[in-house]
Write a protein that binds this ligand. Structure first.
Ligand SMILES: NC(=O)c1ccc[n+]([C@@H]2O[C@H](COP(=O)([O-])OP(=O)(O)OC[C@H]3O[C@@H](n4cnc5c(N)ncnc54)[C@H](O)[C@@H]3O)[C@@H](O)[C@H]2O)c1
Length: 431
């Protein structure tokens, strides 16, 4: 069994490396020459725990190779995955131009039977569109099948999620294609859901939108706690003890960001508009999420008597811990808003400072939280990297001009803050 994956991003590279580690000869394709150069020298262009080590191991064994030639990959493989980006457009729809370009290149190269798997997150009807593009190029429908198998890995634990997936969804309308893809997952400890293609395409959007809604729901509840009393963590705990609700994705905070939730929620709203389906829940989910950083800054501003001329320290820049991804990160929203209010910014992050500095050269970068806080009027904890839980709050209080911390991810308790002599504001608690 030989596999190829087009796109060596978070999804494609991790999937390729994990397949190769499972003994499947895998070809990874990308058209970014700088990425290919790094990959061939054993360096991962992205940060994911455990990825680079596993990649070096499979490269030594000769189980993985890297190329810019989709044609070579098609010739050498039984299955080819499309794992290129599908970024959001102005109207919320995903940009399918990368998927279409890859489909055309695959179509031109086909000479023997191959299964094409849409792994990118794409709207219902995309597998059909990919089929038409490929047929238009190769002219023989017996030479290929198109299958939808969306990806569910989480950045920050992508390798672990791919080695031990919760589920593998395979949407296929051909037994031959279904069985070929199933064979790839022999040996993976997972449940396989076989379904029709449209359902597979929808499962991905439905899953991400449900998770985003769960987070926005608890953030809505957090406002009740702030207004009426109560602790949102206790409310979430009590809700999560009900197995029908579940504990996960009930952490109140500055809201969701990243490369998937924002664009997938926008895409499902857009799909609703085009299909005549009312996606009202999702528009509220977005509205709640967009107000979280603004709500944080309103509260900090009230406490400081305005933000004009103030300096604010930001702890954490990636959209969540354990990743170098800053796409749609709350830190960027907060930096923009602070700047527009006339504040200056110092910041720290274990991995992302260089990337953010390219976008915001005026942000002062520091290697640790206490240095970032030195002389600032307040600090905002934006991303809950584990190292920030170890911040000595009394040191933070001494470093800040005003001992004020907005704990945007509810890392510290009211008691921790009181004992250290620092004023703690947070989401979902009065104070
Ligand atoms: N990142 C995640 O956590 C995640 C999780 C599940 C699903 N997804 C979905 O998977 C898809 C890929 O996401 P990602 O985060 O890995 O994207 P990414 O932007 O990190 O990587 C995409 C890669 O595709 C390459 N590429 C683009 N066009 C190409 C072409 N014509 N030929 C060869 N290579 C090409 C790019 O150079 C890039 O390396 C998206 O649809 C995304 O929504 C992402």
């Amino acid at each position: 069994m030989k596999a190829a994956i087009v796109g060596t991003g978070y999804v494609g590279l991790v999937s390729g490396v994990v397949f190769a580690d499972a003994g499947i000869k895998t070809i990874c394709v990308d058209n970014d020459q700088a990425k290919l150069k790094m990959l061939r020298s054993g360096k991962s262009p992205i940060f994911e725990p455990g990825l680079e080590e596993m990649m070096q191991r499979v490269e030594e064994k000769g189980h993985i190779s890297f190329t810019d030639s989709i044609s070579d990959a098609v010739q050498a493989s039984d299955v080819i995955f499309i794992a290129v980006g599908t970024p959001p457009q102005e109207d919320g729809s995903p940009d399918l131009s990368y998927v279409k370009a890859v489909a055309r290149d695959i179509g031109r190269a086909i000479t023997k039977y191959i299964v094409i798997v849409d792994k990118s997150t794409v709207p219902v009807g995309t597998a059909k569109m990919v089929h038409e593009i490929i047929l238009g190029e190769c002219g023989d429908a017996s030479l290929f099948d198109v299958v939808s198998s969306p990806e569910f890995l989480r950045e920050g634990s992508a390798v672990e999620d791919t080695v031990n997936p919760d589920r593998v969804v395979i949407g296929a309308d051909s037994e031959r294609a279904l069985n070929t893809v199933k064979r790839l997952y022999t040996g993976f400890p997972t449940e396989i859901l076989e379904t029709d293609i449209a359902s597979a395409e929808l499962i991905k959007y439905a899953s991400n939108c449900f998770l985003a809604t769960k987070i926005s729901f608890i953030n809505m509840i957090s406002r009740y706690c702030e207004a009426a009393g109560g602790n949102v963590d206790d409310v979430a705990k009590g809700m999560g003890m009900d197995t029908r609700i579940g504990k996960q994705f009930l952490k109140a905070g500055l809201g969701w960001g990243g490369s998937c939730f924002p664009k997938d929620v926008s895409a499902l709203i857009w799909m609703g508009e085009t299909l005549g389906v009312d996606a009202g829940i999702l528009t509220s989910t977005v509205a709640i999420n967009e107000d979280q950083p603004a709500h944080c800054l309103r509260r900090v501003s009230e406490e400081l008597g305005g933000l004009e001329g103030k300096k604010i320290a930001i702890f954490g820049l990636s959209f969540k811990p354990h990743t170098d991804d800053i796409r749609d990160a709350k830190s960027l929203v907060i930096i923009d808003a602070l700047r527009s209010m006339g504040a200056s910014i110092s910041a720290t992050d274990p991995i992302c400072m260089d990337e953010v500095a390219k976008l915001h050269p005026d942000v002062e970068m520091h290697t640790d939280a206490i240095s970032a806080a030195q002389g600032a009027d307040a600090a905002i904890l934006v991303t809950e990297w584990p190292e920030y839980a170890g911040i000595e709050l009394s040191d933070l209080a001494s470093a800040l001009k005003t001992p004020l911390l907005f704990d945007g991810r509810r890392v510290f308790t009211a008691e921790d803050a009181k004992a250290a002599g620092i004023k703690r504001l947070t989401i979902g608690e009065q104070g």
